[in-house]
Design a protein around this ligand. Structure first.
Ligand code: ADP
Ligand code: MG
Length: 597
């Protein structure tokens, strides 16, 4: 930060020198004209005198006019050097501020609660982290220095003009208050228009992002036309808003340029009149015509700065909205050196995502450490929600959950997440090698044998070995496309290698055939060490050997107990069991009769 401030100071100093050299040129021209065409001596200015002496032309006459040209070239050379330094330093400062801003945003996005992501659109977030940061960066790289330059220019030019001719100086400045008022009024209006344009760009990005993420679904359901229409709508809205912005900007620039050029015209007309009158020398007139440009430049620039400021404010505000989101509370009890034993107790637990509808209600059950529990229930009954309460992705809103007798909501999130391995319903794999994807589960770097062991349990080891590059096979865009079942098993291996006291499989065996599923289940059971395992399943064969089965319906536990008990009780479990076992027999019978034919 201090470094950036130093860079800005450097940039503004450079611009001061640049301005100084810019301003010297019209003076040289004035002296030249008045000493050659007129009869003035070159020059009243001692610096110019010594400079022309230095390059070997102590007096400026028609013969030594080249010296003036040389002086002008030297001046612009110096001006160039300082322009370069200013550009370089302000770019460096603004780039590093933008970098810090992106880092801060990224860190923040890593640390907000999961809830945040059901409220925000990913495309919009990306927009804020890139395009909005860029707007702010542009403002910082150009305008901060420009404001410095404008102020400096005014501070230098006004005394010069007044010293050249006070009356003429006044004429040069009459329209300035008008132009400035106009710029401020415009600034007040343009901000909201910028906001609308920026937001509609965010909406467009969000549609694009959603479409690309779900491109397979879009294709499979032949939804391209619908998606195209949706995108076109956003795209058109964006264009219209930007167009409106450009129209307003165009009108503004047109009008403000009109004012500015009429100011130049005024100087020329009044100045010529006074020159003929003998009140001004020709050289002074030429100098004034040049200087009035320099005078009007900062004024014109003020308009530009104000517009850019409007834009930057809008972007900064959008960035701040993210940064203002409160972070996930990571405080709470933890004991990094010991593992929990895995006792889980739900007591009248309730949960709701929003104020209105409860998703889980009055849930009570007890899981002893080391037990395997299977949760079944229709889609939307709250199984995933229940599973997500344990690693504190969401916090229950009623009742209590005890882990080893300790209230879950008082346990630190980081700690409890290390104690729970969860294989999500839709596993996510990074665009990395398979081995890296599995390794991720463990904080300490696991050895190859450990990784192989985990994939053996997940029944994926042999399949990986058949890949050409084995464990080094890349996943994702530049690598292989894995089937749903393969992804699930990689995710299972990842959870297994974490070796947590509590393992949760959220529908993670659903894409596997019965045989593979059984293999994984048996391998898990035969593993040494006790761990509490919660399996959310659709196939009830999974539940046959479980220590306990919980049936969830409409966010409530409708049945619980062992498989043998449940199939004898009337209820959802019995119905599902009959449904799932009957057709198999019918199919088997069919197959048998077909093979006999
Ligand atoms: P299951 O896993 O049994 O299919 P879920 O736990 O995913 O069911 O969902 C239970 C209910 O909670 C559903 O009505 C679903 O719409 C709702 N729900 C799930 N996730 C969220 C969320 N992030 N925000 C709001 N509601 C949600
Ligand atoms: Mg689910």
């Amino acid at each position: 930060m201090a470094g950036n401030r130093l860079l800005y100071i450097g940039a503004i100093t450079a611009i001061a020198f640049e301005t100084l050299f810019t301003f010297a040129s019209p003076l040289v021209i004035r002296e030249t004209i008045d000493s050659i065409i007129g009869d003035k001596l070159f020059s009243d200015w001692s610096i110019l005198q010594s400079l022309s002496q230095l390059i070997g032309a102590p007096t400026i006459t028609q013969q030594t006019i080249w010296a003036c040209a040389l002086i002008l070239v030297i001046l612009s050379l110096f001006r160039g050097i300082f322009t370069y330094l200013n550009g370089r330093w302000s770019a460096k400062a603004s780039e590093s501020i933008a970098r810090n801003m992106r880092d801060e945003l990224y860190l923040h996005l890593q640390s907000v609660p999961v809830k945040f992501y059901s409220e925000w659109k990913i495309g919009d977030l990306i927009q804020r982290c890139t395009s909005d940061v860029e707007t702010v960066r542009k403002f910082l790289s150009i305008q901060v220095v420009q404001v410095g330059k404008s102020l400096l220019m005014l501070a230098i030019i006004i005394p010069i003009l007044v010293s050249l001719n006070a009356k003429m100086a006044l004429v040069s400045m009459v329209t300035i208050p008008l132009i400035l008022t106009f710029a401020v009024l415009f600034f007040l209006k343009i901000k909201s228009v910028f906001q609308i344009a920026d937001e509609s760009e965010g909406f467009m990005s969000a549609v694009l992002q959603e479409n690309l993420t779900g491109i397979r679904v879009v294709r499979a359901f032949a939804r391209q036309d619908f998606e195209m229409d949706k995108f076109d709508e956003r795209n058109t809205a964006y264009r219209d808003n930007v167009y409106r912005l450009i129209k307003i900007l165009g009108t503004y620039w047109g009008l403000s340029d009109l004012l500015i050029y009429s100011q130049t015209g005024l100087v020329l007309v009044v100045g010529t009149y006074w020159t003929i009158d003998g009140q001004l020398t020709l050289g002074t007139l030429v100098a004034f015509v040049s200087y009035v440009e320099f005078l009007l430049w900062p004024i014109r620039q003020t308009g530009r700065t104000l517009t850019d400021l409007g834009k930057a404010f809008v972007s900064l505000d959008r960035i701040r909205k993210i940064l203002n989101e409160s972070l996930e509370d990571m405080s709470g009890w933890s004991d990094e050196t010991t593992k929990i034993s895995g006792n889980i107790e739900f007591k009248n637990t309730g949960f709701r995502y929003d104020e209105k509808t409860p998703v889980l209600e009055d849930i009570s059950f007890n899981i002893n450490s080391g037990d395997t529990v299977v949760i079944v229930g229709p889609t939307g009954s709250g199984k995933s929600t229940l599973a997500n309460l344990l690693p504190r992705l969401w916090d229950y809103t009623n009742g209590s959950v005890l882990i080893d007798g300790r209230e879950l909501n008082t346990i630190g999130r980081k700690y409890i997440r290390q104690q729970i391995g969860i294989v999500l319903q839709e596993p996510f794999l990074y665009s990395k090698s398979l081995i890296d994807n599995i390794r991720l589960g463990k904080i300490t770097n696991p050895g190859e044998s450990e990784i192989f062991e985990a994939s053996r349990i997940a029944a994926i080891h042999e399949e990986i070995e058949t890949f050409e590059k084995g464990y080094e096979t890349l996943v994702g865009e530049r690598g292989v496309t894995l089937s749903g079942g393969q992804k699930q098993r990689i995710a299972i291996a990842r959870a297994i290698i974490q070796d947590p006291p509590i393992l949760i499989f959220d529908d993670s065996l659903s894409a596997l055939d019965t045989e593979t599923e059984t293999r994984i289940r048996e391998a898990l059971i035969s593993r040494k060490g006790k761990r509490t395992t919660i399996v959310i399943a659709h196939r009830l064969t999974t539940a046959v050997n479980a220590d306990m089965v919980i049936v969830l319906e409409n966010g409530q536990v409708s049945q619980s107990g062992k498989h043998e008990q449940l199939i004898r009780m009337d209820g959802l479990y019995k119905r599902l069991w009959t449904m799932q076992t009957l057709p198999v027999q019918v199919i088997n019978d069919n197959q048998q009769s077909r093979s006999q034919n």
